[in-house]
Design a protein around this ligand. Structure first.
Ligand code: MN
Length: 302
């Protein structure tokens, strides 16, 4: 699982359908067989836009995390977050929720009642570097992110520094995330950091990136070594640019855990299934998730 990058690239990566919690269909862009990570970004789900006016809406029961941060960018609708630290937070459009799992946290996510009829969000995981992955768990809601408005487009900087503004989001490796909305016929020349690798996911309609036209739910991996990026999009299009310095550490990702060694995954699985380490999520009506059985080769040797 090498994370080496070799300069600029234009690699189209198809997303795949997955089911989140009790029946919400999402598209997963990372990880996939062609690309495991972009910087420390190691998981990328695009949820919706979906009609949640009937049925269960979003419903993901209590489950644990280690070694990562979960990052939610809310575009439309609302999601209720409840965690083992006692935080209960409805995230609304234009907001970011950032949960740092560190050595262990558990949380649940659901559509609040009453709920808006639609949900549209991007949910990503950020791998914590080795010297930070055992830090204390934390949760922060960022009600407002800095945005920049230009002729025919608006950019909201969700993580890192871009376009002269800096996001308040607390991360532990050099990263960036920018949401672009075309308010007209947008034509953007964006300055990039050559030491970062980047990827773009189209969240709505389509966009042309370095001459490559990308459909909704396609990820374009851009590699590293670029100074600028050319984006073109028609009114109403929306896209997410993520980037960071190549992570440089091989991670082990299993279920909701990011670790380095199999015994850490085995221990976390056992702790969760026995009710240890991860605390209690209070207030969620429904069952906690059970960790799936580990494959033979990952079981703790006794
Ligand atoms: Mn989670």
């Amino acid at each position: 699982m090498s994370q080496d990058t070799h300069g600029p690239s234009l690699q189209r990566i198809a997303t795949r359908d997955a089911i989140l919690g009790e029946g919400m269909r999402i598209r997963r862009a990372l990880p996939n067989q062609h690309k495991r990570m972009i910087g420390a970004w190691c998981f990328l789900d695009h949820a919706g836009p979906a009609d949640v006016s009937t049925g269960l809406g979003m419903r993901v029961g209590p489950h644990p995390h280690i070694g990562l941060q979960t990052f939610t960018w809310m575009i439309e609708g609302e999601i209720l977050h409840q965690d083992s630290l006692g935080y209960e937070q409805i995230i609304r459009p234009g907001q970011v929720n950032l949960m740092t799992a560190g050595r262990g946290i558990s949380h649940a996510e659901s559509s609040p009642e009453p709920r808006p009829p639609r949900v549209h969000a991007a949910q990503l995981w950020i791998a914590l570097p080795d010297d930070k992955r055992d830090i204390a768990p934390a949760f922060i809601n960022y009600p407002e992110l800095p945005s920049v408005t230009r002729d025919h487009w608006r950019a909201t900087v969700l993580v890192g520094e871009a376009l002269g503004v800096t996001a308040p989001t607390q991360v532990y490796t050099p990263l960036v995330a920018i949401d672009f909305v075309a308010t007209g016929a947008a034509d953007i020349q964006l300055t990039l950091r050559p030491d970062f690798e980047y990827g773009v996911l189209v969240l709505q309609d389509e966009a042309t990136i370095e001459g490559e036209t990308l459909d909704e739910n396609s990820l374009l991996y851009l590699g590293s070594g670029r100074d600028t990026l050319h984006l073109q999009a028609a009114k109403g299009s929306q896209l997410l640019l993520i980037g960071g310095t190549p992570f440089g550490e091989d991670i082990l990702l299993w279920w909701n855990f990011v670790a380095r060694r199999q015994d850490e995954i085995a221990a976390a699985t056992e702790d969760w299934n026995h009710g240890d380490r991860f605390g209690q999520v209070r207030g969620y009506q429904g069952d906690r998730l059970t960790a799936p059985a580990l494959p033979e080769h990952m079981k703790a040797s006794s």
